[in-house]
Each structure stands twice: as structure tokens, then as C-alpha cells.
Ligand binder design. Structure first.
Ligand code: ZN
Length: 416
């Protein structure tokens, strides 16, 4: 029995060392870049941004041109429709003229028939003063008939010409409508492209902001240009050996892990440990850093976004990097890049719905504490992440000494 226990103990120790070696082996992958490399990356990113902006300008120009072409097509189509309308009127008018002229011709022809008839002199007498007049009238009538016939022919030609023009205009209208349809498809594509470019630009802007703030942080900490960020952090972060509870008194009100959300009743993974106290809603109930470290992110904007006012701190504990996050703060009392110890008050507990800066992810005054063994960045806890520290997430209740849920503590260090 004893031998077995000993051998399993040794096996456990070996496993522990192997795990330690593996974790140490992987750490440098996280931040193995030097400050110089980060600056180079920043320059590349700036170039990418400038190029993206240029593409945006070109696309906007193309959109403008396409819009102008579509507008001009619309005007041309309106002109064509106006022309066709006029042509229709002309054709109608000509048809009426033809009817009138044909009527006249018919009358004249009747007159001829009567005039050429055998018993017709008397009939011709009326209207004619004498025979000479009659002859004259006959001649004029003949001319009139041929003139009217010519006119009718001319009208018919005019109608044909107008119909030909109408057909031509119709074809033009069809072609222009087709062109406009194509251009509208093109416009939609350009709009999508612009949207994509704009969103790329925004994400590059965010990356630039993160990189610039990281470079600023490590420069302000006195990191050498060719020192990796990890080497530098290990030198400049105030080292520590333990983590303390972040509040002087209190009790756990909600564990991390799967739970039913108190906000919407859905099943969700809770990326933090919730704690509260009878004095949680005091306006001076203090929150402390769980360990020595450097403040890497502060949101003290007093907006009601999920988590509200937040602080993130980077730690170096027993040779391992950690990031801790503190949510729902009524107020923040530290600044970004500030070096803190575990005795530094970083803020005041908040999250109570009746207080001015209650955020939408809280139903009562409490602290939501997050822990990760990965660095803080925009996606991992940063302002873009509404979910907090996902990468390298650790359950705080398993890494910091806490009593069980509901059990009250009255200092930050007593072991449970
Ligand atoms: Zn929480």
C-alpha cells in the first residue's frame, strides 16, 4: 500500500515537472517579439492602412462616376420618352390629315364623275358662272386632286418615317435600360466593396491603436529595442508569489463556469467569479489588485455596456504571466500603465441597478473577477471583447484561495 502510494506520488511529481516544462516551453510563443519588431509591424500595418484608404478613395470615385452615368441615363430615357410621345402625336395628326385629304379627294372625284356624265351640265352650272368658269374649275379640280394625292403620299411617308424613328427610340430605351440595370448591379458590388474596405479600415485602426498602446507601454517601462517583451516584462513587472482575494470582506455569490444567466435565463459559460458583501453597495467599498502588477487597461467611461467600468492588470507570479480583470466598478482609482501592488486599491465595487452607472450585465452590487494566463489584448478582455478573458481563462476560485460559496471572509489572506 505504502509503496504504491509512494510510486504514485513520484509519478505525479514527474507529471507535474513535465507539465511545468511544457508550459514554460510554450510561454515564449505568446510575446516573443522585441520592441523593434513591434515597431516594424506597426509600420507595416500603417502602410496597409494607407493602402486601404487609397482603395476606399478609388472605390468612392468609381461609385460617383457610376452614379453620374446612371443619372444621365435616366435623363436620356426621359428625353426619349418625350420624343416618342411627340412622335405619337405627330403620327396621330398625320392620320387625321390623311382622313381630311382623302375626304377632299373623294369630293373632288364625285365632282369629276358628275362633270364627265352625259346629263351633267346643268348640275355643273351651279357654282359656275359660265362655261369658261366651269372649264377653269375642272382644271383646278384636277390639279387639286393630284396635289391632294401627293400630300397624302407625303403624309404616309412622314408616318413611316415617324414610326421608324419611334422604333429606333424604343431600341435605344431598351439598350439604356439594360445599361442602367448593369450599372445598378455594378453599384451594388461597389457598395459591398466599400463596406468591406471600411470595415477593414476600422479593424486596422483598432489594431493600430492596440499596437501603439502596447509599444507605448513597453517603451515607458524602459524595455530595450532588442529585448523580447517577455524578457522585459519579467524584469519590469513587480514579481509576486501569491494571489490574494480582491476584497477585504465578502462571500462568493456566483461561481465561474456553466450556469443559468441571471440576465436572460439562457445557459451560458460565466467567465468570472462573482463576489459580494453586505457593504457591496457602499460608495467606498474597495477593490484591490489580486497581486503586484501593471494596469494594462482601464475603462472608466461610465457607460452601461456589459461589464461597465473595468480594470485589467498584468501580473508576473512565480515566473508565469497572468492577467486579472475586474468588472462592474462604480469607480476606477488607477490609470493605465500604473504599477500596482496587491495593496493598491484599484476601484470601488458597483453593479447595483439603482446606482448611476449600473451596467446591463449586472443585477446587484458585486465584483466579477476574471483570471487568465494569457496576455491582455483587444480580443482577450479588451474593449472589443464583451466576454472578457477567454484566451487562457482560469477559474479564479481554483487559483486564488476562496472559501466555498456563501461563506464569509473577513480578510484577504486567511486560508480556507
Ligand atoms: Zn460575473
Amino acid at each position: 500500500m505504502i509503496r504504491l502510494r509512494n510510486s504514485s506520488k513520484i509519478l505525479f511529481q514527474i507529471l507535474f515537472v513535465v507539465c511545468l516544462l511544457i508550459s514554460n516551453f510554450y510561454i515564449p510563443e505568446v510575446q516573443a517579439k522585441t520592441l523593434r519588431e513591434m515597431r516594424e509591424e506597426l509600420e507595416e500595418l500603417k502602410e496597409k492602412y494607407a493602402n486601404n484608404q487609397l482603395q476606399i478613395d478609388l472605390t468612392e470615385e468609381e461609385i460617383e462616376q457610376t452614379e453620374a452615368r446612371i443619372a444621365s441615363i435616366r435623363t436620356t430615357i426621359l428625353d426619349i420618352q418625350e420624343n416618342m410621345y411627340e412622335l405619337r402625336n405627330t403620327i396621330e395628326q398625320l392620320n387625321q390629315d390623311i382622313i381630311v385629304k382623302e375626304e377632299e379627294i373623294k369630293d373632288i372625284l364625285v365632282f369629276f364623275q358628275v362633270a364627265n356624265g352625259e346629263n351633267s351640265y346643268l348640275e355643273y352650272a351651279f357654282g359656275a358662272k359660265d362655261f369658261t368658269d366651269f372649264i377653269y374649275r375642272l382644271a383646278v379640280s384636277e390639279q387639286l386632286t393630284s396635289y391632294n394625292n401627293e400630300l397624302v403620299e407625303q403624309y404616309k411617308k412622314d408616318i413611316e418615317e415617324s414610326e421608324r424613328k419611334t422604333e429606333e427610340l424604343k431600341q435605344q430605351e431598351v439598350d439604356l435600360n439594360e445599361e442602367r440595370d448593369d450599372l445598378e448591379v455594378e453599384m451594388a458590388k461597389l457598395g459591398d466593396r466599400l463596406e468591406e474596405l471600411d470595415s477593414d479600415s476600422l479593424s486596422i485602426e483598432e489594431q493600430l491603436a492596440i499596437m501603439e498602446s502596447e509599444i507605448e507601454l513597453y517603451t515607458s517601462l524602459g524595455c530595450g529595442e532588442d529585448q523580447t517583451i517577455e524578457q522585459c516584462s519579467a524584469e519590469v513587472l513587480p514579481p509576486d508569489t501569491t494571489m490574494w482575494r480582491p476584497t477585504p470582506t465578502g462571500y462568493i455569490s456566483g461561481y465561474s463556469g456553466w450556469r443559468v444567466s441571471p440576465i436572460d435565463g439562457d445557459t451560458e459559460f460565466h467567465h468570472g467569479l462573482d463576489m459580494s458583501d453586505s457593504g457591496a453597495n457602499w460608495d467606498d467599498y474597495p477593490i484591490y489588485s489580486i497581486a503586484n502588477g501593471i494596469v494594462v487597461y482601464v475603462d472608466n467611461s461610465n457607460t452601461s455596456t456589459c461589464g461597465g467600468n473595468k480594470v485589467y492588470i498584468q501580473h508576473y507570479i512565480n515566473g508565469q504571466f497572468y492577467t486579472s480583470g475586474y468588472w462592474h466598478l462604480r469607480d476606477v482609482t488607477v490609470e493605465e500603465h500604473q504599477v500596482v501592488t496587491k495593496n493598491t486599491q484599484i476601484g470601488v465595487m458597483g453593479g447595483y441597478p439603482a446606482t448611476e452607472y449600473w451596467d446591463e450585465c449586472s443585477t446587484g452590487a458585486h465584483l466579477h473577477l476574471e483570471l487568465s494566463d494569457k496576455p491582455f489584448n483587444q480580443e482577450n478582455g479588451g474593449s472589443e471583447s464583451i466576454y472578457g478573458l477567454r484566451d487562457g481563462f482560469l477559474r479564479p476560485e481554483l487559483n486564488i484561495n476562496f472559501p466555498s460559496k456563501g461563506v464569509y471572509w473577513s480578510d484577504r489572506t486567511t486560508k480556507y
